[in-house]
Design a protein around this ligand. Structure first.
Ligand code: GLU
Length: 316
């Protein structure tokens, strides 16, 4: 049974792995993929693999291969894909044009430094764009475009967007106050993550999004884009982050938690999965196990109580 709120209860569940090939996976990425797999498979669903290589500068072919080998070794199987974001330019462009035709996007000439200066970090989450370039007139835009290729931003209304997250419960943001006009295309021409992810999830039939809670604050932006583009809203489950220390996220630079180091430390993929499962409460012990074995005792309905109050899980 799909838990997503706007899908027919009977539609098959389609979850996804959406790795960015900017490094080897770390324990947090493995946990997110394991949860996405368990949530989909426990409902008889499928998994799509999408390689999020939108950021051409940071993505590397060797990590595209490594991430697929890592999933296979860990028993995290996928049923469809890999799809690559670098093949999807036309679809993003079409979505961008649909927004642009309705006058919902405008060029933004702010530099990173301007933005930094102009925006206060908001609840430690994300900077809110103050709307500097929203009201520039056509002549001013033309003049500025001579000196600098602009990024493109979406106009957001002063409106609440809320969702019922499977793990975090009800989450709400006021788009104007908490988020501001957000980027849909960068000044180097690359489409922004928010736009790409919405277009891809819809096209690939994804109706179950399971990912780290650090992306919860992006979800209202994605829901707003889905509404504008007439796309269905998936069900969302935002899971705790595995952190190196309080408030310090694991990153691909934390070599002690990167998969190559984990395999040296724990010796086998089953021992890596077992450690992560024990640490996060998915299994009663840290004994070696496989996703398939965890599926046997996985209870989707118990997930909120298992994970809700755990914003961060300390890696050890
Ligand atoms: N590609 C993102 C990452 O690897 C995940 C994006 C998403 O799940 O929406 O962190």
């Amino acid at each position: 049974m799909a838990y997503c709120d706007e899908q027919l209860v009977s539609s098959p569940v389609v979850g996804r792995f959406a790795p960015s090939p900017t490094g080897r996976m770390h324990a947090g990425n493995v946990f997110a993929a394991l949860m996405a797999w368990l949530v989909a498979k426990s409902q008889g669903g499928r998994i799509v693999l999408r390689i999020e290589d939108l950021d051409a500068e940071r993505s590397r072919v060797e990590f595209v291969d490594a991430v697929q080998r890592d999933f296979e070794a860990l028993g995290l199987t996928w049923d469809e894909g890999p799809y690559f974001q670098h093949d999807r330019e036309e679809a993003y462009q079409a979505a961008f044009e649909a927004l642009s035709e309705r006058d919902l996007v405008y060029p933004c000439f702010c530099t990173r430094a301007d933005l930094h200066a102009a925006s206060a970090p908001h609840r430690g989450e994300k900077p809110v764009y103050p709307g500097t370039c929203r009201s520039l007139g056509p002549a001013e835009r033309e003049l500025r475009a001579e000196g600098r290729v602009p990024a493109q931003r979406l106009v957001v209304p002063d409106r609440n967007v809320s969702l019922d997250d499977l793990v975090q419960g009800r989450y709400r943001q006021d788009l104007a106050r908490d988020c501001g006009d957000f980027l849909v295309q960068r000044s180097d021409g690359a489409f922004a993550y928010q736009l790409a992810v919405v277009v891809d999830d819809a096209e690939q039939g994804v109706n179950s999004v399971v990912r780290g809670v650090d992306l919860l604050c992006s979800t209202p932006q994605q829901i707003y884009l889905q509404e504008l583009l007439g796309l269905p809203r998936p069900g969302y489950a935002h899971i705790p982050l595995i952190v190196a220390e309080q408030d310090r996220r694991l990153s691909k630079r934390n070599h002690d938690a990167a998969l190559d180091a984990l395999l040296v430390r724990f010796k086998t993929p089953a021992a890596v999965i077992g450690h992560i499962a024990g640490l996060t409460g998915l299994a009663p012990t840290c004994d070696p196990t496989t996703p398939e074995e965890l599926l046997g005792s996985f209870d989707l309905n118990a997930l909120p109580s298992l994970l809700r109050n755990l914003v961060q899980i300390r890696w050890e």
